[in-house]
Design a protein around this ligand. Structure first.
Ligand SMILES: CC(C)(COP(=O)(O)OP(=O)(O)OC[C@H]1O[C@@H](n2cnc3c(N)ncnc32)[C@H](O)[C@@H]1OP(=O)(O)O)[C@@H](O)C(=O)NCCC(=O)NCCS
Length: 142
């Protein structure tokens, strides 16, 4: 498995979009809006690949004030539970730290909160609803 950083104009982006659609959108009956895609433009895109196959991906968004948001974390369902999400997240943390960010945060789906807790993220505040499902704001000092 190889972790790659890619741009929105790279072919890997299209693979990540298909993965995000399958894993994060279809189960909620959602699609991508133009605004969703525009939001990706200035972000850092990362994916775990085996050859040309994308196994997982995530996005980092600079939130200013030396904090960065990890979002759109998705591992293809047949590859889940094999440590790929952890490797991607840890890679992104090391990358963000290298770039001078001090804090990583995410809006974790409540069902996925244990995944982030395993990685050292803590819940901040109460559960809230986003895209129609419960979430927690979670963060980790880099
Ligand atoms: C959540 C997700 C990104 C985790 O990636 P993954 O590759 O399956 O997770 P890993 O195999 O790296 O798991 C790392 C650890 O987290 C735990 N974990 C992972 N997903 C979990 C979950 N949903 N609930 C409880 N624990 C979980 C694993 O058991 C493992 O624990 P360990 O420290 O004992 O080994 C992935 O399962 C996924 O894409 N799920 C569907 C979409 C989703 O919920 N995305 C997150 C949106 S916030």
């Amino acid at each position: 498995m190889e972790i790659k950083i890619f741009l929105q104009s790279d072919p890997e982006y299209l693979l990540s979009l298909i993965l995000r659609y399958k894993i994060l959108r279809i189960p909620l009956g959602l699609t991508f809006s133009k605004a969703d895609l525009e939001r990706d433009t200035n972000d850092i895109h990362m994916g775990a690949f085996e050859g040309d196959t994308i196994l997982g991906s995530l996005i980092l968004t600079d939130s200013g004030d030396q904090s960065v948001q990890m979002r759109q974390v998705a591992v293809d369902d047949i590859y889940q539970g094999k440590g790929i999400g952890r490797k991607l997240a840890l890679y992104s943390e090391a990358y963000a730290k290298e770039k001078g960010f001090k804090l990583m945060f995410c809006h974790a789906r409540s069902v996925a909160a244990p995944f982030y807790q395993r990685l050292g993220y803590r819940k901040v505040g109460d559960e809230f609803v986003e895209v129609g499902i419960p979430h927690y704001h979670m963060e980790k000092t880099l």
